[in-house]
Design a binder for this molecule. Structure first.
Ligand SMILES: NC(=O)c1ccc[n+]([C@@H]2O[C@H](COP(=O)([O-])OP(=O)(O)OC[C@H]3O[C@@H](n4cnc5c(N)ncnc54)[C@H](OP(=O)(O)O)[C@@H]3O)[C@@H](O)[C@H]2O)c1
Length: 254
């Protein structure tokens, strides 16, 4: 039986587009107040006002979570302005694909800073609040949802450092799960296949077209499809933890 998110507060990073934006809508629709964080404030404000117009509550927070101070501030504002924190969706990520040979290593820094360090900083800052929510709420649990990828399970040529970061997300999430299982902070790893978002826009020219071509002939997922899986996970009763969700388009083989 699904439990409602009424009375809960969720923080979604990378909520200015794609999976994060859809997840914020989905969690709000279940009754959660949502803090939506990313760098593009205008997009966040538009989303927050749309969610507000639907009778729910959303707070736009401009934050570059690669900067630990800003990740701490995003969590702090969520708790100060929305009152608590029950669910964190660590979704912000970049996928700057390309061969290891001759790679602009500045792209590696960006992925490591966001996909790994930003996720870890946000988790670290949120942890006391998640523990308090699990301890003191009727829901009897709290949730950490980390967005990995099929690339967190399967390495492929041309994806070296993205694979490195997403395998890292899986390892961190499982370690977290074991550390906090007895305090009922659930850990869910979400591993999407191809989702139609802005993610590939940032890949450098030449590689971008090749990556887009891989999925040109199949019906890819929408952000809403992944958001739906996330909403399902966090509305399970407290004793049920979906540890890992691998979600591909039906026609995706690799
Ligand atoms: N699309 C796919 O096929 C796919 C597949 C598997 C996994 N994923 C994962 O899904 C997650 C979401 O990606 P998406 O597909 O929805 O792509 P997207 O539309 O490009 O969303 C990425 C989000 O991350 C935010 N972001 C980027 N840099 C940031 C920073 N320094 N601080 C805070 N936020 C930052 C972006 O907002 P701002 O630019 O406004 O900061 C944006 O909201 C990522 O972790 C990605 O690796 C995607």
């Amino acid at each position: 039986m699904a439990s409602s998110l009424d009375g809960t507060v969720a923080l979604v990073t990378g909520a200015s587009s794609g999976i994060g934006e859809a997840t914020a809508r989905a969690l709000a629709a279940q009754g959660a107040k949502v803090a939506v964080a990313a760098r593009r404030l205008e997009r966040l404000e538009r989303l927050a006002s749309e969610i507000g117009g639907g009778g729910h509550t959303a707070l736009a927070i401009q934050s570059d979570i690669t900067d630990q101070e800003q990740a701490i501030e995003a969590v702090g504002r969520t708790v100060d302005e929305l009152g608590r924190l029950d669910i964190v969706v660590n979704n912000a990520g970049q996928m700057l694909l390309g061969p290891i040979e001759d790679a602009p290593t500045e792209e590696w820094d960006r992925m490591i800073d966001l996909n790994l360090k930003g996720l870890a900083y946000t988790t670290h800052a949120a942890l006391p609040h998640l523990l308090a929510a699990a301890e003191g709420s009727e829901r009897n649990c709290a949730d950490l949802v980390n967005i990995s990828s099929v690339a967190g399970r399967l390495a492929r040529r041309g994806s070296g450092v993205y694979n490195l970061t997403k395998h890292g997300v899986g390892a961190f999430s499982e370690s977290f799960r074991q550390e906090f299982a007895d305090r009922r902070v659930r850990s869910t790893i979400v591993e999407p296949g191809a989702v139609d978002t802005e993610l590939t826009d940032h890949i450098r020219e030449g590689i971008r077209e090749e990556v887009r071509g891989r999925f040109a002939d199949i019906k890819t997922l929408a952000g809403e499809d992944v958001a739906d899986a996330i909403a399902y996970a966090v509305t399970r009763p407290w004793h049920v933890c979906l540890n890992e969700i691998l979600i591909r388009p039906t026609e995706q083989t690799g």
